[in-house]
Design a protein around this ligand. Structure first.
Ligand code: ADP
Ligand code: MG
Ligand code: MG
Length: 896
């Protein structure tokens, strides 16, 4: 038989696994989906996997191409797949005496909430339920399975109102005075099945399907149908998953965790996904099925004795309750880690003492755990240091770089839940996902509070700063999704009672209403009223180790965009190797100098401007001195004044009088100057080097301030900074030549006055398409290029980034740009200009220094591009410096 790696010439859609057969393996995720590929892989290495088959993702596309219908050939292939399961299990699908039951499970390339939920126990009907009761000698089990099946099928395949079914179940329990589902007897369940069938007929207009093949095709169609559900689309959009990947469908023989006290179902991680410790981590439930563990119906029990003791929980751990199966499971964990060389997220079921593996995949983890696991695994020799560097998602580091709650701050603890996803967050309480999204869009920090979350809440969880739930364990939906998104989460805060309709939650007598401020600490599980002070993150330990390995691997230098001494200090602590962009205009806005700046703008001649600039010079020198001190010995790129001058004048009527008085002009004069400076399109107006060309004295004084400060610091500390003076918005070589002369003259003058000189460079920002095109001749004068990709994106795409929000989302949705081009560089367009400018520049001047200083300098995908075109450095905002270091290392490793 053909395999996934080696398919038959005719189109083939069904791949078997289990019972000694594996048509595919872990390399076939694109075709079989993650779940299907890993089931086949586990079966192929001899682990106990119930037999089944996977209908490939290719069928999903064909299903939609053919108007949501199945090709005839698929029926024959599925019949062969069923025959495989029947041969291995010795049971037949639809057999009234001893029926084969199956689960139908969706599975895309990457795990995707939003897809159809799994349907269990498919193949039960009024006849087969009797057979199941007879062969299992357990009528209760058979009827429990049947009622679960109808309930799930009605919910996920028929999409009926599941509330009515849950209500019927509650009534059945109440009528009998039961507390747990497991208290229901066979007869109770039989009656419940009848009620359920009535509900189906009432809501669906047809009786519950009794033909097992109709059941199967209904479920398969529902899986493919769910690929285009709103939930799935939202998730794909948030996670950059292409719509044409499609999902696979897995049909697998059922194994039963609900066959009494020697049966169980559970979920586990081979290491702690929250902290990263090397300890088995998980939960299980005796006499339960499928998602009972994560659904919060009963409180799950711990896997290990140690975890149970640490939590101070009473119910026996699996290690104690089922020692033999636990030992077998632990051996499987080790086997899987060795085999996949990564931490695994596992689902298993025990049927009457026999272990069955139902899923494995590389486990989602917090940034903290990702670091620890990568560093530990390199230490254990399971992976190399370079692999460890490649294992950590640079963007996820963000979680670790931000402040955490100050341990000494006073806190008003409302309650405590489980520490489900680390980090602290404060925000206004909201009780539903839509409100979370709305208020977050309006710029508010929100904490989403839910009894428990479901895939419908994804957009709200994404919008929220943190998530709090009253129910659900460490592997609940809220916990798993929050960890994946890097949102702090406290789950299962059991004392919390939430009235989402009234928009209020209570703990005892205390009330918190929508809009009140709450703080959650996902590292400890604490929930606090109000906001709590924070402290800076810890940068040593595993973080330091991995960063050091990254630094060995990377070629690109990493600088920072910073203009205050505080930011420079933060960036240096984060490992910045210089400043790639120090903007000077922020300095002009400071209260102590804005008046002098305005006097300069209001001056009617050069003499007046110089008088004002005289006042600015010492202030500007002080700015640079402080920065050079912090960045001693490192290159510092300073951009001369860039924004249009009107930005410095008042805009509000109320301000005119004060400003006129402070600057010594009349209100009329001030207004006249303001209207003279008005521009229709300031982005393309009188700014950048155009200011220097018309008022060279501005650049001259800025350059003087730079050189005086540099010499001061060199004299004082003996360690000279390396100023790189950057001329913005150059389009032609002549502009640069004029400005370079101004800077060089200022340098000469200062060096003559001081009696000694200093190395410095003069270069330009490449942020206009013309400059990129004429890079060859510009490089004859420029000693460095810094790609200002924010403006270069605006000017190349002809899109103003301040106005882009109105249409960009829709552009990205329709695939016009793969990602927001202001977040991730447009490689094909803007990237082409960067590449061309780099080539032409280097051809004209060997050793021309090249860097990037737009927002893109902190974006991992853009950094990979910078590695491709072999820039010398990237420059990122201080908190993104570690992200850039890691991304640069990964780009270098991937280029090898
Ligand atoms: P998800 O992608 O949401 O995790 P799964 O397809 O893994 O959905 O199914 C959810 C749960 O259903 C599994 O963890 C397992 O407990 C149960 N399940 C799925 N297939 C079977 C099966 N063949 N036998 C027993 N339980 C199953
Ligand atoms: Mg699910
Ligand atoms: Mg699963």
């Amino acid at each position: 038989m053909a395999t996934a790696a080696n398919p038959a010439p005719e189109a083939r859609y069904v791949y078997r696994f289990g019972g000694g057969v594996s048509d595919g393996g872990k390399g076939d995720k694109n075709l079989l989906g993650g779940k299907g590929a890993n089931l086949a892989e586990m079966a192929s290495i001899g682990l106990p996997v119930p037999p089944g088959f996977t209908i490939s993702t290719a069928m999903c596309a064909r299903y939609y191409d053919e108007g949501e219908a199945f090709p005839e050939s698929l029926r024959a292939e599925v019949a062969d797949g069923l025959a495989h399961i029947e041969a291995v299990t010795g049971k037949r699908f639809g057999d009234a005496a001893d029926p084969l039951l199956v689960s139908v499970r969706s599975g895309a390339r990457v795990s995707m909430p939003g897809m159809m939920d799994t349907v269990l126990n498919l193949g039960l009907n009024d006849a087969t339920v009797e057979g199941l009761a007879a062969v299992s000698s357990d009528a209760r089990f058979a009827w429990d399975s049947y009622r679960r099946f109808i309930q799930m099928y009605a919910d996920v395949v028929l999409e009926l109102d599941h509330g009515a079914f849950e209500e019927a179940l509650e009534i059945a329990k109440e009528d009998n005075g039961y507390y747990l589902d497991t208290d229901l007897t066979a007869d109770d369940l039989k009656a419940l099945v009848a009620t359920y069938k009535g509900l189906v007929e009432e809501q669906w207009g047809k009786p519950f399907p009794q033909d097992v093949h109709d059941q199967l095709w209904g479920a398969v169609g529902a899986v493919f149908g769910s690929w285009q559900s709103e939930r799935a689309k939202v998730y794909r959009r948030l996670n950059d998953i292409p719509g044409d990947w499609g999902t696979a469908v897995n049909v697998q023989a059922m194994v039963f965790g609900n066959m009494g006290e020697t049966s169980a179902t559970g979920v586990a991680f081979t290491r702690d996904p929250s902290k990263g410790d090397r300890a088995y981590y998980g939960e299980f439930l005796i006499n339960a099925q499928g998602e009972d563990v994560v659904a919060g119906i009963r409180t799950p029990q711990y896997l290990t004795l140690k975890a149970r003791e640490e939590a101070g929980a009473k119910p026996a751990s699996m290690e104690e309750a089922m020692p033999a199966v636990y030992a077998e499971l632990a051996a499987v964990f080790d086997r899987l880690e060795d085999h996949y060389r990564d931490m695994q997220d596992i689902e298993f079921t025990v049927q009457q003492g026999k272990l069955w593996m139902l899923q494995t995949r590389s486990g989602k983890r917090t940034a903290k755990a990702a670091l620890k696991i990568a560093v530990d695994m390199a230490g254990e020799g399971l992976i190399t240091r370079d692999e460890a560097v490649l294992r950590v998602d640079p963007a996820a580091l963000d979680q670790l770089l931000h402040p955490t709650l100050d341990p000494d701050a006073t806190r008003d603890v409302l309650t405590k839940g489980l520490p489900a996803s680390p980090g602290a967050a404060s925000g206004k309480v909201v009780f539903d996902a839509d409100t979370a999204e709305k208020r977050a869009a309006a710029g508010e920090a929100v904490i989403l509070v839910r009894t428990e979350t479901s895939p419908e809440d994804i957009h709200g969880m994404h919008a929220a700063k943190g998530i709090l739930t009253a129910r659900g364990g460490m592997t609940s939906h809220a916990a798993v999704v929050a960890r994946g998104m890097g949102r702090p989460c406290v789950s299962g805060a059991g004392t919390l009672s939430i009235d989402a309709k009234a928009r209020v939650m209570r703990v005892g007598a205390r009330e918190v209403r929508e809009g009140d401020t709450l703080t959650i600490d996902g590292t400890t599980g604490e929930v606090m009223i109000g906001s709590v002070a924070t402290v800076q993150p810890e940068l040593s330990g595993d973080f330091g180790t991995l960063m050091a390995w990254a630094d060995v691997a990377r070629r690109l230098k990493v600088r920072t965009n910073a203009e205050t001494p505080a930011d420079c200090r933060t960036a240096r602590e984060f490992g910045a190797e210089g400043i790639g962009l120090c903007r000077t205009e922020h300095m002009f806005f400071e209260a102590s100098r804005i008046t002098a700046v305005r006097q300069m703008i209001l001056a009617t001649d050069e003499k007046g401007r110089r008088a004002a600039l005289e006042k600015l010079l010492p202030e500007q020198r002080k700015d640079f001195t402080e920065i050079f001190e912090v960045m001693a010995g490192l290159p510092v790129t300073i951009r001369l004044l860039d924004p249009p001058l009107h930005e410095f004048l008042p805009h509000e009527e109320a301000e005119f009088a004060d400003v006129a008085a402070a600057t010594g002009v009349s209100v009329d004069q001030l207004k006249r100057r303001a209207s003279e400076l008005h521009e229709f399109n300031p982005m393309l107006g009188h700014r950048g080097c155009r200011l220097g060309v018309t008022y060279p004295e501005i650049y001259e004084v800025q350059a003087r301030a730079i050189f005086e400060a540099a010499l001061d610091v060199a004299d004082k500390s003996g360690e000279a900074p390396i100023p790189e003076v950057m001329i913005p918005l150059v389009a032609t070589k002549r502009e640069l030549d004029l400005m370079k002369t101004v800077v060089d003259k200022a340098a000469e003058a200062v060096f003559a006055e001081r009696g000694h000189a200093l190395d410095y460079l003069v270069g330009t920002m490449i942020e206009l398409p013309r400059a990129a095109l004429r890079a060859g001749e510009i490089a004859e004068s420029a000693e460095f290029f810094s790609f200002g990709t924010n403006d270069l994106t605006q000017t190349t795409l002809g899109v103003s980034r301040d106005d882009a929000s109105r249409f960009l989302t829709s552009y990205v949705e329709q695939g016009i740009y793969a990602k927001d081009p202001f977040v991730s560089i447009d490689v094909d367009g803007v990237g082409e200009l960067v590449k061309l400018a780099a080539e032409r520049g280097r051809a004209a001047r060997a050793g021309l220094k090249l860097g990037i200083c737009g927002e893109h300098g902190g974006d991992p995908a853009s950094i990979a591009f910078c590695e491709d075109v072999r820039l010398d450095y990237v420059s990122a905002s201080p908190y993104r410096v570690p992200i850039a270091r890691l991304a640069a290392a990964q780009a270098a490793l991937k280029a090898r």
